[in-house]
Design a protein around this ligand. Structure first.
Ligand SMILES: Cc1cc2nc3c(=O)[nH]c(=O)nc-3n(C[C@H](O)[C@H](O)[C@H](O)COP(=O)(O)OP(=O)(O)OC[C@H]3O[C@@H](n4cnc5c(N)ncnc54)[C@H](O)[C@@H]3O)c2cc1C
Length: 294
């Protein structure tokens, strides 16, 4: 029999997690419920953090957003603050599964689940988000890009919970796009996904960032620089060349490794084509200036 605990403070939560052997946090329960029933997960104790105040808040900070672990995926999708400060994050959280799952699943539970196919980490990695982990020992911060350690393994250590995710503001001039390709149904897990963020750098360069989902045993991040006047075709080629050696998809009911590898390159191309704005940054500055004067 699994025992349920309902702490009302973070300290109490940390104590329960630290003292227990097979004790797990219960977030929205959408993954835990299924995996316990299937016998894939075993827990003697579940700690429901729903009674701890403040864990379901989205706060705008000087650098971006601070998101509590119990914020639902649906709130990330619909929050006017998230849509303004980090629109690619709102877009990606809004593409997870279906409204029923998104209304229940939490931001903390999503990332802690550690599945290599998860959609949100693709956006968190391109935005350079940080995961805050708290335990009796205090808090530490891990970049989202380093959070996924191995197949279904994250940086979470015994006694820790995800206490917040910090998401830097998406630069206003950046191009962004999320490509999610599913082979069974539109709202199913992806067979391949790619989030792209193209940020203006210095000296006529642009910083091209890609977060890939379902294409290896962990979410994959890659980054390269391209001159602002490069043609989109050349950027697509560069992105595919950079991604190809990192693709090592697991075969499953959604397709073979080879199929997913090919689909991964299609997702990369879609994400880049929709986030790369043709023309040098000088030209873009002129046209933005022109629009503002009207
Ligand atoms: C039908 C279906 C379709 C899905 N499709 C997709 C999809 O297309 N894309 C996608 O990205 N995901 C998909 N998912 C997965 C879904 O996103 C996850 O189930 C969900 O995000 C997990 O969040 P939760 O709050 O329900 O976590 P829970 O089920 O509560 O917990 C999941 C794991 O995280 C741990 N945990 C929870 N909260 C914390 C915390 N604060 N700190 C530390 N550990 C914690 C739990 O102990 C458990 O190990 C799908 C799920 C279902 C059921």
């Amino acid at each position: 029999m699994t025992a349920y605990h309902y702490p009302t403070t973070l300290d109490e939560t940390c104590a329960l997690l630290d003292d227990g052997e097979d004790t797990m946090v219960y977030g929205g329960g959408t993954a835990v419920q299924i995996l316990l029933k299937q016998g894939v997960l075993f827990a003697t104790d579940l700690v429901d953090i729903g009674g701890v105040p403040g864990l379901d808040e989205i706060t705008e900070t000087s650098k971006g957003l601070r998101v509590g672990p119990l914020v639902t995926l649906r709130s990330m999708e619909t929050s006017p603050i998230v849509r303004r400060v980090a629109p690619i994050a709102a877009e990606v959280y809004g593409r997870v599964a279906n409204p029923r799952v998104r209304n229940t699943a939490s931001v903390g539970g999503n990332i802690a689940h550690g599945d290599y196919r998860l959609d949100p980490p693709t956006a968190l990695m391109v935005l350079d988000a940080t995961v805050e982990l708290t335990s009796r020992r205090g808090s530490r911060k891990v970049p989202a890009r380093e959070f996924f350690v191995d197949f279904q393994q994250t940086a979470l250590e015994h006694g820790e919970l995800v206490s917040a995710i910090e998401i830097p503001s998406q630069p206003e001039s950046a191009g962004a796009h999320f490509a999610k390709l599913s082979s069974l149904a539109a709202n199913d897990w992806p067979a391949a996904s790619a989030a792209a963020l193209v940020v203006q750098g210095s000296r006529g360069k642009r910083d091209v960032r890609l977060g890939l989902g379902a294409l290896s045993h962990v979410p994959v991040f890659l980054q390269f620089e391209a001159a602002a006047d490069t043609s989109v075709d050349d950027v697509v080629t560069a992105a595919k060349d950079a991604a190809t050696p990192l693709l090592d998809p697991l075969p499953d009911v959604r397709g073979s490794s080879d199929y997913k590898r090919r689909l991964g390159l299609v997702a990369v191309e879609e994400a880049i084509r929709n986030s790369w704005k043709e023309g040098s940054d000088d030209h873009r500055r002129v046209s933005i200036f022109g629009r503002r004067r009207r």
